[in-house]
Design a protein around this ligand. Structure first.
Ligand code: SF4
Length: 459
């Protein structure tokens, strides 16, 4: 028999929101690890003591976390979803009849007190501390990498960089343009490279025009992650221009900030060859005493069939190279009355073979067919590169490289599951806010999965 809904609507309902949220709902796991008391205290100085009560900042942060954890990218849609979804209402402590704030409240607070108080970084660090307390961060090894995220800027609205005049940006210019001016001396943005990109987006001048994906070029920012390779927890995140110099600089900034903020210093750091410059390796090996599991960035290999630098053996005791014919290449062949450093303007040392040796050498055609004698340039930090070269191929290096994949998986998750393939906010501050919130969401999801209800947490 076909049933029908019967009975008049009731005046009173006995309804408990908590009973209607599944016990294994993802937001329950996240809620268990979320403590926003410190966030509320940090925001207090940015609110007036008089006037109408504002929208609760904890409500806004909880709503933003719902959006970033569940891939709801639009704030308008987020407000609709929180209004309609019982689990979202439960997570935001709204009850059944709680009023959902207007979407414009988010942008007002973001550009005002949220940025002034740096609240998103506090929130991110709060969750990292929670991960540490849960035993998810061992600090045995860190991995670093960067990924390009498309900016909210179009080629059609851009100008060739030769037509771009930053001096003409006035106070009335868009917020992203003013932020661009404010970051011109910032090593992560304007000061990262003197090279001007081919095009500049008027709506977001700090976004980098890049063809790094080998396909169509586009405007982008880079999100940089420093992760603990044990459980893939993101211990720091940084927004930069999408160029290698800025990304390598960010890797240093993040390592030092993590050490200063949490006292975490890894035994090794693993990264791809983009981080394998001599400077960077020397900083890791000599200044930080961190093992570099990083392929060396070396452009000395020759493609014309002649001997490369790696065919010559360096003898550190005698400060010379030995060539394949067994002859020596040295810096100085006579004693100077005023001793010379032998360091070139590029920060290298030049080792030369003797003309007499090369003239009679049977290997000359394979060594220096177009020169009277062979010359080898040695970087001042070549010894640090040698440390990294010696590590390459060892079982420890292979294991570290396998663990590095976790950072790439996090970027894939960021783009596919959290849908952060394109930024919604403009300017360096917008990119920073989005990357911090997304990294916080990824850490919270990991905490909820690896430390479910009933798991004994450290005090
Ligand atoms: S050409 Fe000169 S440097 Fe090259 S292998 Fe012969 S002796 Fe050595």
């Amino acid at each position: 028999m076909m049933g029908t809904q019967a009975g008049a609507a009731r005046f009173f309902y006995d309804f408990c929101l908590d009973d209607h949220v599944p016990k294994d709902h993802e937001l329950r796991g996240i809620d268990r690890h979320l403590d926003l008391d410190g966030i509320r205290a940090a925001l207090k100085p940015f609110y007036s003591n008089t006037g109408r009560p504002s929208v609760d900042p904890e409500l806004m942060i909880r709503m933003l976390l719902v959006g970033y954890c569940l891939g709801i990218r639009s704030e308008r849609r987020l407000c609709e979803e929180v209004h309609l979804n019982l689990a979202y209402r439960w997570f935001c402590r709204l009850g059944l009849d709680g009023k959902v704030p207007d979407h414009s409240t988010f942008s007002k607070n973001r550009h005002g007190r949220f940025r002034e108080s740096d609240i998103f970084r506090r929130l991110f660090e709060n969750i990292v501390e929670r991960c540490m307390a849960a035993g998810l961060v061992s600090a045995e090894g860190f991995a670093v990498d960067a990924s390009l995220i498309a900016a909210d800027a179009n080629k059609q609205r851009s100008v060739p960089s030769k037509d771009w005049e930053p001096a003409r940006i006035k106070d009335g210019a868009c917020r992203a343009a003013r932020e661009y001016l404010a970051t011109l001396d910032d090593a992560a943005f304007g000061a990262a490279s003197p090279v001007t990109p081919k095009f500049i987006a008027r709506s977001d001048p700090a976004a980098q025009w890049t063809g790094a994906h080998k396909g169509h070029a586009f405007f982008a920012y880079a999100t940089n992650y420093l992760i603990d390779t044990d459980h893939g927890v993101i211990v720091d995140v940084e927004a930069t221009r999408a160029i290698r110099q800025a990304e390598v600089g960010a890797a240093r900034t993040m390592l030092e900030r993590t050490e200063g903020r949490f006292g975490l210093k890894p035994d090794y750091r693993v990264a791809d060859a983009a981080y394998g410059s001599a400077d960077n390796l020397a900083w890791l090996v000599k200044q930080k005493q961190i093992t570099p599991h990083i392929p060396v960035l070396d452009k000395s290999a020759r493609a014309d069939g002649t001997f490369s630098r790696s065919d010559f053996t360096f003898d550190p005791e005698a400060n010379r190279y030995i060539c394949p014919a067994g002859e020596e290449l040295v810096q100085f062949r006579r004693a100077y009355s005023v001793p010379r450093t032998g360091i070139t303007a590029d920060g290298t040392r030049r080792f030369r073979a003797s003309k007499q040796d090369c003239d009679i050498c049977e290997l000359k055609a394979k060594c220096c067919p177009n020169a009277v004698a062979r010359t080898i340039l040695r970087d001042l930090e070549e010894d640090s590169r040698d440390v990294a070269r010696a590590l390459a191929g060892t079982p420890e290096f292979e294991a570290a490289c396998r663990r590095r994949k976790k950072v790439e998986m996090l970027f894939a998750h960021l783009k596919r599951i959290l849908r952060l393939g394109r930024l919604r906010l403009r300017g360096p501050c917008g990119a920073k806010d989005e990357f911090l919130l997304a990294a916080t969401a990824q850490n919270l999801r990991r905490l909820a999965r690896l430390r479910p209800a009933g798991f004994a947490m450290a005090a």
